[in-house]
Design a protein around this ligand. Structure first.
Ligand code: COA
Length: 191
């Protein structure tokens, strides 16, 4: 019998490419099916999209952002997260963290935390990028806490931002400054 890795074994994190589109689609479709209230996209629409529809998103030039994947020792995609830079000149200092997901079978092993940490490290290397934003379904308190622990702070709430099966869900808008931001204060500084 193959020994199972310890629950806290770190996953291997890499940048996803267009070649990973089929694995990405499978992961995303499952996430949308299992946690519809967590996403703005819906499962039924996503199911109809061919894997190749995700290729452009997985082919971003390094200056424009990235999608990260978390892999197990057998090469299965366990989780992913995207970071997409704004296109307009006056918003180029900003990127949006999107599509954070970990396969249900691999949740609560620290992979989400690992993906977020890798995202912050990589985002900090993009010249001119100063801050990250995201939205999260406010009722998913464990996900909000996960982002807070990674340094994201809430700056607004959009009531009834999505409606899933007739039920409205608020979205919390969160911001994380990067060290290059003029607004950045090192965590140990006392202001
Ligand atoms: C959110 C998500 C990506 C987290 O991934 P994960 O790999 O399970 O997260 P981690 O194992 O790194 O857990 C991070 C923390 O959240 C806690 N946590 C994770 N899932 C939890 C749950 N269902 N209930 C309570 N706490 C939970 C963990 O205990 C951990 O806390 P700790 O740092 O104190 O140990 C995953 O739950 C997921 O894919 N959810 C569905 C999609 C989703 O909500 N995406 C976010 C869109 S904004």
């Amino acid at each position: 019998m193959t020994p199972q890795p310890p629950a806290s074994a770190p996953a291997r994190i890499t940048v996803l490419t267009a070649a990973h589109a089929p694995a990405y689609k499978a992961l995303r479709d499952e996430a949308l099916r299992c946690a519809p209230e967590a996403f703005t996209s819906d499962y039924a629409t996503a199911l109809q999209r061919p894997a190749q529809a995700y290729a452009p998103r997985l082919s971003l030039p390094a200056s424009e952002g990235f999608f990260l994947g978390a892999w197990d020792a057998h090469g299965a995609l366990l989780g992913s997260l995207g970071c997409e830079r704004e296109q307009r000149a006056q918003q180029r200092h900003m990127a949006t963290v999107v599509a954070m997901m970990v396969a249900p079978r691999a949740q609560r092993r620290g992979i989400g935390r690992q993906l977020l940490q890798a995202c912050l490290e990589r985002a900090a290397q993009i010249a001119g990028l100063e801050q990250l934003v995201l939205t999260v379904t406010a009722g998913n308190e464990h996900v909000v806490r996960l982002y807070e622990r990674a340094g994201f702070t809430p700056y607004g709430l959009l009531p009834r931002a999505i409606v899933v099966a007739g039920r409205g869900h608020d979205k919390l808008h969160m911001l994380r400054l990067l060290p290059s931001s003029p607004l950045w204060h090192a965590p140990h500084e006392d202001h």
